[in-house]
Ligand binder design. Structure first.
Ligand SMILES: C[S@@+](CC[C@H](N)C(=O)[O-])C[C@H]1O[C@@H](n2cnc3c(N)ncnc32)[C@H](O)[C@@H]1O
Length: 305
């Protein structure tokens, strides 16, 4: 069999499914059920959420998302898959709770921040430009939104070949560390990585409410901060504080150093006065806020909020 024939076969059954066999396979993607269960568990969509599923196939995962009360959109480059998704979820489409479109993940036809959840399940390994896809996912995700990708790591290449033969050699296998770096590069904060069945993993990430790239400015009433660097996943921020910082929850442990002035910090209800050169470590999950006695300059090291 020629490579061209194999390429066409892989397209037909997995990379751009179509025809009778392609349609049948993604009407009942039994092998993907675990990834659907785990993704729903990780992202916990609610009726307030608007979820985008990329490479949505026959729309089985979308059907489960809609059952949670969330609204959704699905995108796939296969016209037959878009049609299958539409048939399966006809009532939700008619009710305006689901929109479907044919398109490529490298150029999403959605405005910035349109979705609170974005998923790409068992499809990322076919996306031709993974970094462009990740950038698009980050762009359409709203601040505070979360994404989930289910894909396969390189060390599973041999097992994959045993299970999926010619399909396996046409999949790009990305290590979770590499994918994590791509997510960070577009301002997302990678979360957990969990194995999915024998050959896959689920990685989650969140879009911080505030910008998370070096050089970005964080502007809030009474607070002007500049992200001056990173230490691993932590941001280094230099900030001038002139007013009250309202109470908020620390996403992770956070170090506060007073460079000049005087900070009256409240951490979980306890007040502490910090003067020049003094510091406090805010534990992850603590509610904290502050007032200042006059203009105060701080160095903050912590995770993106
Ligand atoms: C193996 S199927 C998985 C379908 C579904 N997510 C599931 O888990 O059952 C991969 C899907 O990704 C779609 N796909 C692959 N590359 C794509 C791209 N560049 N843009 C949009 N969709 C793509 C394919 O058409 C196919 O429907």
């Amino acid at each position: 069999m020629s490579a061209t024939f194999m390429d066409r076969l892989v397209d037909r059954i997995a990379r751009r499914p179509g025809g009778m066999i392609g349609r049948l396979l993604y009407r009942h993607p039994a092998g993907h059920k675990t990834s659907f269960d785990m993704t729903l568990d990780a992202l916990g969509p609610t009726p307030d959420d608007h979820l985008l599923d990329l490479g949505c196939g026959g729309g089985v995962f979308l059907e489960r998302v809609l059952k949670t009360g969330a609204s959704a959109a699905g995108l796939d480059h296969s016209p037959d898959m878009v049609d299958e998704s539409r048939r399966r979820n006809a009532a939700a489409c008619a009710a305006g709770r689901l929109t479907l479109c044919q398109g490529d993940v490298g150029r999403l036809p959605f405005p910035d921040g349109a979705f609170t959840r974005v998923t790409a399940l068992n499809a990322f390994f076919f996306f031709p430009d993974p970094q462009a896809a990740v950038a698009e996912m980050a762009r359409v995700l709203a601040p505070g939104g979360r994404l989930a990708i289910v894909t396969t790591p390189p060390e599973q290449a041999a097992a994959l070949k045993r299970y999926f033969g010619p399909v396996a050699s046409r999949m790009r296998l990305d290590a979770p560390e590499v994918l994590g770096d791509w997510l960070r590069a577009v301002g997302l904060v990678p979360g957990t990585v969990r194995p999915v069945r024998a050959v896959g993993y689920l990685i989650t990430a969140r879009k911080p409410v505030m910008p998370a790239t070096t050089g970005a400015v964080i502007e809030m009433p009474g607070f002007h901060g500049l992200i001056t660097g990173r230490i691993g996943d932590l941001l280094v921020v230099e900030a001038d504080v002139t007013g009250a910082i309202p109470a908020h929850t620390a996403q992770g442990a956070e170090l506060v150093v007073v460079l000049s002035g005087e900070l009256h910090a409240r951490v979980d209800g306890t007040e502490r006065v910090l003067r020049q050169g003094e510091h406090a470590l805010i534990p992850a999950g603590a509610s904290h806020g502050a007032t200042v006695a006059g203009p105060t300059r701080l160095l903050l090291i912590g995770p993106p909020e």
